[in-house]
Write a protein that binds this ligand. Sequence first.
Ligand SMILES: NC(=O)C1=CN([C@@H]2O[C@H](COP(=O)(O)OP(=O)(O)OC[C@H]3O[C@@H](n4cnc5c(N)ncnc54)[C@H](O)[C@@H]3O)[C@@H](O)[C@H]2O)C=CC1
Ligand SMILES: O=C(CO)COP(=O)(O)O
Ligand SMILES: [Zn+2]
Length: 336
Amino acid sequence: MEKMITIPRYIVVDEDRNAIYEILSKLNLKNPLVVVGKSTKKYAPDFEYIYYSDINLEDSDIKNITKGYDSVIGVGGGRSIDIGKYIAYQTGIPFISMPTTASNDGIASPVVSLRQPSILVDPPIAVVVDLNIIRKSPKRLLSAGFGDMVSNITAVLDWKLAHREIGEGYSESSAIFSKTIAEELMDYVLRDIHLSHYPEKLVKALIGSGITISIAGSTRPASGSEHLFSHALDYLKKKYELDVDSLHGEQCGVGTIISSYLHYKEDNLSYEDMENIRLSLKRVGAPTTGKKLGFEEEILIEALTIAHAIRKRYTILRKGISKERAEEILKECEVI
Ligand SMILES: NC(=O)C1=CN([C@@H]2O[C@H](COP(=O)(O)OP(=O)(O)OC[C@H]3O[C@@H](n4cnc5c(N)ncnc54)[C@H](O)[C@@H]3O)[C@@H](O)[C@H]2O)C=CC1
Ligand SMILES: O=C(CO)COP(=O)(O)O
Ligand SMILES: [Zn+2]
């Protein structure tokens, strides 16, 4: 059943991490394996655990790790959740997502994005968020989450463009849902002086973003050219063994500045909307330049020239951009 939409059965966004025990009981799960990060171990519920860094994803027999467990719980940032989701999927047991921060939209999505292209898997059967943990999480991670969220605006523009120019399948309901939650969060960030409800609004928007992916059956509503740019940076980090610790959401935020500029130039986006993207990223303290991400100009230029070829996904980058034009674009949108 290729067209089946699957979404989480329970989503709890509250101030009590003990909700996990009630959810497990509702699901009749008794023996979960918890996947944690070194700094998120302290938030893990009281079950056996494994550090995500101790899991070898190349292992051909990944099912050995989950042998004897009836479910997996991922507790932490994007990697704990992605790796937990992946090993649960490989074993065919349910996965529960317990984010300790809001750095990207993998929290509730049916996606594992450990390498490119990302793969579609079962979404978490439940998502349990303790807002007290999220609020205390590093500010940098919460800023990155905004970058991954604002990406939806350009991702949807790219998806529409692909529909128009090459007839790619497109879901208006999923696109509108995705764009609206991103814009609402952006409006809040630009409007509220204290940003006191920011963590809660961000985590809910990221959960919504994951659901738009389930509806679309593809990451299209949440990943366009801005994500291709981020994936290209990840590729170059590995290729040249760069010592840069920029986060997925931070890179996507800067990618969104570039992509929104390209869409503005083609009249797909107003000047005001383009500027609001940059302003709101600044407002939450997310990087808005390549230098703040930690990359040399040459790397940023190379990333923009190879981004279109990272995966088969038609975007405003179309068949690619020359090195000279990439440099001009990055200068024009003040990323370099
Ligand atoms: N499935 C999907 O749709 C997506 C998945 N991803 C995955 O997410 C990864 C990136 O995730 P990020 O969260 O940006 O990086 P990360 O998972 O590497 O986390 C960054 C650091 O923050 C720590 N951390 C998390 N919560 C904390 C807390 N409350 N207090 C202190 N430290 C805390 C983590 O343990 C880690 O050391 C990507 O590598 C990819 O695997 C990214 C985008 C989408
Ligand atoms: O990061 C993602 C959505 O925010 C996943 O998208 P990708 O398909 O580009 O890996
Ligand atoms: Zn993303």
